[in-house]
Ligand binder design. Structure first.
Ligand SMILES: Cc1ncc(COP(=O)(O)O)c(C=O)c1O
Length: 368
């Protein structure tokens, strides 16, 4: 009988991982926090409406959107779990913006990156992924991205980041300068420092999960409202208390709304959901772009549509306070679509009703 103790050793050299984490931490240290903009509500409303609206401007991340935070968290999560090493091909299922940010981090670490994206993804997003050295792999329907990403990761011996499953667990919801901690810190010296409402959309559901958990953890009175576009499973599943709803069509508001209820969407930390018509999201994105003098993406329209409704509700109840929402990405990525009248007409959107509602809101803070 051998007196040797059996040993199984799977340890790889730690030095590549150490250096990868250092590179990401150094990148974070070189970056600044995003701005919290005060949205100019009409001065003509008078003293009865004392509320304030803020936009957390996530366009100022190096890769131009809210997804920069998620991509950093997913890479750190995968590195610290030992799932990514030197030379690992990194694969992701994305509607575009996440892949742009992930392509940036893959390039920072010198790793190959493949984004599985719907064929409808805007050409400027595809160009941004490719300019970071990423490769795009197209599927016809957005519901196909998951299986295709899994298959490619298997075939290449790579790692599927799986934002839709891992977003809620990869982000440190207690703090570590997550988006919620940043919003509450930046609100500190405002007239109403604790927002009545925070309004966000859901793609993975990760942002709403982080904010909802943080609000509870810090015992804030703030409520969380999730706005959802047409053809998304999140709203009907929340309203009906089911998680098995699958939609036949894809969301037409890039970045938010999903055909299935994603594992990262946590309905129990959401206080309210509002279903926003796509024409309203587009009209609101154009309206906000005019007010700010710079183009905002369509999901910012969805966010602001929800925020305006809440401000009007507060005004009708005689309550003053603050509402915070996100400026998730820039409208410059969408000049050929949501900002093109031709494209809007081709898609069959009629913006006249929502545009009228926005004018009425500007006049007297009412919401029909
Ligand atoms: C463009 C865009 N992408 C994504 C999200 C939400 O992202 P997630 O649910 O993946 O955290 C938002 C939220 O407002 C958004 O506007």
């Amino acid at each position: 009988m051998s007196d040797r103790t059996p040993i199984a050793d799977r340890s790889l050299s730690r030095s590549w991982t150490d250096d990868a984490i250092r590179l990401i931490e150094a990148d974070t240290r070189r970056s600044a926090d995003t701005h919290l903009l005060r949205y100019p509500l009409p001065s003509a409303w008078g003293a009865d409406v004392g509320s304030a609206l803020y936009l957390k401007d996530e366009t100022t991340h190096i890769t131009g959107s809210l997804k920069h935070r998620l991509a950093r968290s997913l890479f750190l999560y995968a590195l610290c779990n030992g799932w990514i090493g030197e030379g690992t091909t990194v694969v992701e299922a994305s509607s575009g913006s996440t892949a742009i940010s992930e392509a940036y981090f893959a390039s920072l670490l010198g790793l190959p990156f493949i984004a599985v994206v719907p064929a409808t993804t805007s050409s400027s997003k595809v160009a941004l992924i490719e300019s970071q050295g990423g490769r795009c792999h197209f599927v016809q329907n957005s519901s196909e991205v998951y299986a295709e990403a899994e298959r490619l990761a298997r075939e290449t011996g790579g790692h599927y980041l799986d934002q839709f499953t891992n977003a809620e667990r990869a982000t440190d919801w207690r703090g570590n300068n997550n988006i919620a901690e940043s919003i509450f810190a930046q609100m500190q010296d405002e007239q109403y420092p604790v927002p009545e409402w925070i309004v966000v959309g859901a793609g993975t559901g990760g942002t709403s999960a982080t904010i909802g958990r943080y609000i509870r953890y810090r015992r804030h009175a703030t409520r969380l409202c999730v706005v959802d576009p047409e053809n998304s499973a999140f709203f009907p599943s929340y309203a009906e208390g089911r998680d098995d709803i699958v939609m036949a069509a894809s969301s037409r508001i890039e970045g938010i709304g999903r055909p299935r209820v994603e594992p990262s969407f946590l309905p129990d930390v959401v206080d309210r959901m509002v279903s926003v018509p796509d024409a309203a999201s587009i009209a609101a994105a154009r309206h906000v772009s005019t007010v700010l003098g710079r183009r905002v993406g369509p999901s910012t329209g969805t966010n602001v549509w929800g925020a305006f409704g809440l401000l009007a509700e507060m005004a009708a109840a005689g309550r003053h306070g603050s509402v915070v929402t996100l400026l998730a990405d820039s409208g410059d990525r969408y000049s050929d679509s949501y900002f093109s009248d031709e494209w809007v007409n081709e898609q069959g959107f009629d913006l006249t009703g929502p545009a009228r509602a926005l004018v009425e809101f500007e006049q007297d803070c009412t919401w029909s």
